[in-house]
Design a protein around this ligand. Structure first.
Ligand SMILES: *Cc1c(COP(=O)(O)O)cnc(C)c1O
Length: 408
């Protein structure tokens, strides 16, 4: 019989979201008339910006004509999209990133896990706790960790706890690490990094020859003009960082699929024989072999995000969700909940009241307010006692959910 990848057996069987579904189904069966409001899942709810829809409709028309037909595109993405990205997302903020350093893809989830293809074994890896589960599970699947302990922490990973004492900014690792996953604005805590905080990490990475994998999927939600959107706003980051960006949350592309990864030309890794190798070249080789590009239609849709109308429509989309987040923060604070995040991210990280555990509070809200959120402990041990509420929903649902919670 065929042998399986034994690393998959180490995974803590996708515990979080299946367990939420199980509890929600059980509740719905017992109380079929209850109207549930779901503030749990990190998926957008508003329709695509009109500019993106129109661009994709036009692209479909083109594809249906002999003169406008496109077959396989460049594996790195079309140059017109990469140029729009370089100019609008980086050069406009003073980052020296060129179109050539951008790789368009169908998602940051795949990029942030596929990147391990070009990195060796034996790297010491740091993740925050709580964390976006993809970073951990992709390391487990590729055999870069040992087994999980009772707390669900994997042998071989360095966990950097995030809590209210450190303002949800991880402290530098005490033991040396080679690879560091950072996500700002953060999923799940909603925290954002100051320029000084990112400088600390870039300095650490350059001194220790470490690589930072910087996930900026939520950068569009940053409200304060002084906060950095990209790790490349920090001097020295070109020598130590890769950045992941996505159109998913910013422009409602979770179901349309388009993202990109930035790998500076100057970024190096170490070969076994001690020579330095360009990571750009390895990723380019990886993508050319294993990936055939994002559809022409979708790339035209993504390009439209940078048009004048696209910019104003995506700004409106982001403000809509951020107003939801601000309602959640305000209403919960008004009755004494301790809330974090939600100011530069579509997630509010709530401290469960009266020392309740994350799942206890989950059940309490489900039973009494018929509101579904995400238990913080599902994102890591240090998330215990916290709860994530998402601002991705209709205004009506957010307001109703808050009315129910504050009247408890
Ligand atoms: C939603 C999300 C992404 C985006 O993933 P896509 O595959 O591009 O949809 C990336 N990172 C984090 C932390 C996210 O929450």
């Amino acid at each position: 019989m065929v042998k399986i990848n034994r690393n998959y057996l180490k995974l803590k069987a996708g515990y979080l979201f299946p367990e939420i579904s199980r509890r929600v189904s059980a509740f719905s069966e017992a109380q079929p008339n209850a109207s549930l409001i779901r503030l749990g899942i990190g998926d957008v709810t508003e329709p695509l910006p009109e500019a993106c829809c129109q661009a994709m409709k036009d692209a479909i028309e083109e594809m249906g004509s002999s003169s406008g037909f496109h077959g396989y595109g460049p594996e790195q993405g079309y140059l017109w999209l990469r140029e729009a990205i370089a100019k609008n997302d980086f050069q406009s903020r003073g980052c020296q990133i060129s179109a050539d350093e951008i790789f368009v893809s169908d998602g940051s989830k795949c990029d942030s896990s596929n990147i391990l293809d070009i990195l060796g074994e034996g790297n010491r890896i740091a993740v925050t706790d709580p964390v976006y589960p993809v970073y951990v599970d992709s390391n487990v699947m590729s055999g870069r960790t040992g087994e999980a302990d009772q707390l669900g922490q994997y042998d071989g990973l360095t966990y950097l706890p995030l809590n209210s004492e450190n303002c949800f900014e991880a402290e530098l690792p005490r033991e040396p690490v080679d690879l560091i996953y950072l996500c700002f604005p953060n999923n799940p805590t909603g925290a954002v990094a100051s320029k000084e905080h990112l400088e600390k990490w870039v300095d650490y990475a350059n001194k220790n020859n470490a690589l930072i994998l910087f996930d900026a999927a939520y950068e569009a939600f940053i409200q304060d003009p002084l906060l950095p959107h990209s790790i490349f706003e920090i001097d020295g980051a070109r020598d130590c960082a890769i950045e992941f960006r996505s159109f998913s949350k910013k422009a409602g592309f979770t179901g349309t699929r388009c993202a990109y990864t930035v790998i500076p030309r100057s970024l190096k890794g170490l070969a076994a024989n001690g020579t330095e190798v360009d990571l750009w070249t390895l990723w380019n080789r990886r993508q050319s072999t294993k990936f055939n590009g994002v559809s022409y239609i979708v790339q035209r849709g993504a390009e439209a995000v940078y048009s004048l109308s696209g910019q104003s429509q995506t700004e409106k989309l982001v403000s809509f969700y951020m107003e939801n987040a601000s309602i959640i923060r305000k209403e919960l604070s008004s009755v004494g909940y301790k809330v974090f995040g939600g100011e530069h991210a579509p997630y509010v990280w709530v401290k469960a009241p009266k020392g309740q555990g994350s799942w206890q509070f989950f059940d309490f809200l489900l039973q009494n307010a018929n509101v579904v959120g995400t238990p913080g402990s599902g994102f890591g041990t240090a998330g215990e006692g916290f709860f994530r509420l998402s601002a991705f929903n209709t205004r009506e649902n957010v307001e109703e959910a808050m009315r129910r919670i504050i009247s408890l």
